[in-house]
Design a protein around this ligand. Structure first.
Ligand code: NDP
Ligand code: MG
Ligand code: MG
Length: 333
């Protein structure tokens, strides 16, 4: 069975007299910093000036300092910057300010697992990854709850470092909901696989191809949008509440029969072979190398693809339709 930690397994007292540096006041940073402070911890925020996140940190009652100053002040130092900028900021501002006995933390294992962030001798590293977006990490905590977390420690982590990481997980509210023991490899590889194959890549490709097939056959783009994108939420909500079985209980028998007989023709053995290939690219570091080099080149392919994808017909028709449904709280990025 999976090893889970709850409030009684973690000791916030271990953070007494220590300073937690939160580097980056974005989605995770603003949530984890405030939760820790409300849990009685001494928190210093490292956030560059001149941005909305800096102003937010000030409004939330912090006195933001540079990443280097925060790293210098922190006994625990959590890097909550976008994954693709962590290596650079770490090398320049954080590593020179780490001291033996410090604990280096992150919320996603990409950089440590793939060797972009290497803690110096005498510094333990651990991962405490909330399984939810930052605004939920904050709002659930305020309600008295928490967002479940994953925890992992480096192979050579000391018992003291491990206990400190668990205390950190308690400080952000994770142990209220449950903290699952994992490894850097498992967290990093399953996270990348999930977002590439199912959650982001798989779903987006499925929605687009379904939409394109209907439109190409002469159906109205509006109908194709409702069928292939809008209704997806209703289906996912049912799965979230009761798994595939509850979703299938709720839909018509006709839809259920179509699910059983047609679904496996869309996601088939060829898809499985491709999933295995993608997993192998993740585990072997090819995906990481590709994404790291793309960033070193200032993201030319990433930016071009993003521009093209914004112009896809499903996006253009969707924007019009969402504007006519005020209750869905339409968003634009
Ligand atoms: P955000 O993009 O929300 O926050 C980015 C922060 O980094 C901001 O404070 C931003 O400041 C700062 N920043 C960006 N670029 C630079 C730079 N070049 N130099 C210095 N500071 C910079 O990040 P997230 O909270 O989404 O992600 C942080 C970590 O948490 C990542 O490892 C991510 O994988 C992980 N994670 C994120 C989750 C989420 O829900 N978002 C869920 C679980 C894990 P500025 O405003 O000045 O740009
Ligand atoms: Mg991810
Ligand atoms: Mg239908």
């Amino acid at each position: 069975p999976a090893l889970m930690y709850y409030d009684q397994d973690a000791d916030l007292g271990l953070l007494k007299g220590k300073t937690v540096a939160i580097i980056g006041y974005g989605s995770q940073g603003h949530a984890q910093a405030q939760n820790l402070r409300d849990s009685g911890c001494n928190v210093v925020v490292g956030q560059r000036p001149g941005s909305a996140n800096y102003d937010l940190a000030v409004r939330d009652g912090f006195k933001p300092v540079s990443a280097a100053e925060a790293a210098e002040a922190g006994d625990l130092v959590n890097i909550l910057l976008p994954d693709e900028v962590q290596a650079e900021v770490y090398a320049r501002d954080i590593r020179p300010n780490l001291k033996p006995g410090n604990l280096l933390l992150c919320s996603h294992g990409f950089n440590i697992h793939f060797g972009q962030v290497v803690p110096p001798a005498g510094v333990d590293s651990a991962l405490v990854a909330p399984k939810g977006p930052g605004h939920l990490v904050r709002s659930e905590y305020v309600k008295g709850g928490g967002v479940p977390c994953l925890i992992a420690t480096a192979d050579d982590c000391t018992p003291a470092g491990k206990a400190l990481a668990l205390a950190y997980a308690k400080g952000v509210g994770g142990t209220r909901a449950g903290v699952l023991q994992t490894t850097f490899a498992e967290e990093t590889e399953t996270d990348l696989f999930g977002e590439q194959v199912v959650l982001c890549g798989g779903v987006s490709a499925l929605v687009k191809m379904g939409f394109e097939t209907l439109v190409e056959a002469g159906y109205q783009p509006e109908s194709a949008y409702f069928e292939c994108l809008h209704e997806l939420k209703l289906i996912v909500d049912l799965m979230y509440q009761g798994g595939l079985n509850y979703m299938r209980y709720s839909i018509s028998n006709t839809a259920e029969y179509g699910d059983y007989t047609r679904g496996p023709r869309i996601v088939n053995e060829q898809t499985r072979a491709e999933m295995r290939k993608i997993l192998a690219e993740i585990r072997g570091g090819q995906f990481a190398r590709e994404w790291i080099l793309e960033n070193k080149a200032n993201q030319p392919a990433f930016k071009a693809t993003r521009r093209l994808e914004k112009q896809h017909p499903v996006e253009l028709v969707g924007k019009k339709l969402r504007a006519l449904m005020p209750w869905i709280n339409a968003k634009e990025a």
